[in-house]
Ligand binder design. Structure first.
Ligand SMILES: Cc1ncc(COP(=O)(O)O)c(C=O)c1O
Length: 380
């Protein structure tokens, strides 16, 4: 097995070529922005657990173990300890307690085309004066001011693939004591992310992390970091931050009854009861991504995306997502969507754009299949 040094600190034990053999993706699947097909080890583990469920052959804690395994692996992926990672089913659900802890009249600043799941959890608090203000992503840092209570933004934008200037936004937020919430759903798995740089990092695992739908993570600051915060607004906020969906799983995993309440320590108190089988499919996928290393995946994904861009005559970029306005597609490559369908290229449309995602299971032949279909190269 090849050993490759990975600058993120992980040791890559798998090359991209070795990892790719774990996927059974049949077409030029360029739709990781919508969902990520599983590696075989994730699929097999999931099927085994479904068989066990059908036969009633194992006790449920065996499946639930995958939650803690996934928590630990995700923590390693984004550079925080497992006890700073809460698990849930969806980004919007995990954000709800953060939004509820905001004071009346708080201002939430977001990029203007941010995905709804990161907007509505805040917008629903309008009745108590919580305001959502928007600004273009490329000037989001400049838009932070004294009135900003919290900044929410995606590391890579869902509709455009644009990669945020995370350090600039965090530093602008810090200057005014605003909370930072980073959405890594379109980034974790290909873009190196450091959760310890922000207050919260929310990630749904069913896209670039190649997990089944129904698993998501939220990282939170450690109690020590919270205690060290000097801004009075921070202390008040963290006092108000409550695990609003606490149930038996928030107590640490064993079924329990009645009072007194014993919530688990740390972020685990924010866990919701797990969708067992989805978690069984999540842990092996995370393990595989860590074995390859995010830096290696990043280089591979960007190279493929840029091969596609260059082939279309577009400028290179720093994103694994290539997004082209439908109006431009209509003018430059009329009929491209039909030709892509005919060539069985899987891509998606979002926010008036055609969106292509390039991930570790793709190779240059996928890019060329899509390029030929868009430009009609083969018949030109
Ligand atoms: C940036 C971003 N965040 C979150 C989500 C998913 O949100 P949820 O888990 O609430 O469905 C998506 C899905 O497309 C997304 O693109």
């Amino acid at each position: 097995m090849d050993i490759n040094d990975d600058p993120t600190g992980f040791t890559s034990r798998l090359t991209i070529a070795q990892a790719r053999t774990e996927w059974d993706v049949q077409t030029a699947f360029l739709d990781s922005c919508s969902y990520g097909p599983p590696p075989r080890r994730g699929w097999d583990a999931l099927q085994r657990s479904l068989d066990e469920w059908r036969a009633g052959s194992v006790p449920w804690p065996q499946w639930a173990e995958s939650v803690d395994t996934s928590r630990e692996l995700f923590g390693r992926l984004v550079g925080v300890l497992a006890d700073q990672v809460a698990t849930g089913a969806a980004v919007s659900q995990l954000l709800a307690p953060i939004a509820a802890a905001l004071p009346d009249g708080a201002e939430v600043l977001i990029p203007e085309i941010e995905f709804t799941s990161g907007v509505y959890p805040f917008a629903v608090h309008a009745d108590r004066g919580v305001r959502v203000r928007t600004a273009p992503l490329d000037t989001l840092a400049e838009a932070v001011d004294e009135s900003t209570t919290l900044v929410y933004f995606s590391a890579a934008q869902s509709a455009t693939g644009e990669v945020a200037d995370v350090p600039a936004i965090i530093s602008a937020a810090r200057e005014v004591g605003a909370f930072t919430v980073l959405d890594g759903t379109q980034a974790a798995g290909w873009l190196p992310l450091n959760a310890s740089e922000v207050d919260f990092l929310a990630v749904a695992a069913y896209k670039w992390l190649c997990a089944p739908r129904g698993t998501a993570f939220l990282t939170m600051p450690s109690p020590v970091t919270v205690a060290e915060g000097s801004h009075p607004r921070r202390a008040e906020f963290f006092d108000r931050l409550k695990p609003l969906a606490a149930g038996w799983f928030a107590a640490g995993g064993a079924a329990s009854y009645g009072m007194p309440m014993h919530l688990a320590d740390g972020a685990r108190a924010f866990d919701i009861s797990p969708a067992w089988h989805s978690w069984v499919g999540t842990a092996p996928a995370l393990e595989l991504l860590l074995d390859v290393g995010i830096d290696q995946i990043h280089t591979h994904d960007i190279a493929l995306a840029n091969r596609f861009r260059t082939g279309l005559g577009l400028a290179e970029s720093n994103s694994a997502i290539v997004s082209i306005e439908l109006g431009i597609v209509d003018r430059s490559w009329p009929g491209a969507p039909d030709r892509l369908d005919a060539a069985r290229v899987r891509y998606s449309q979002a926010g008036g754009n055609m969106r292509f995602g390039f991930h570790l299971f793709n190779d240059e032949s996928d890019v060329d299949t899509a390029l030929n279909a868009v430009t009609d190269y083969a018949t030109a």
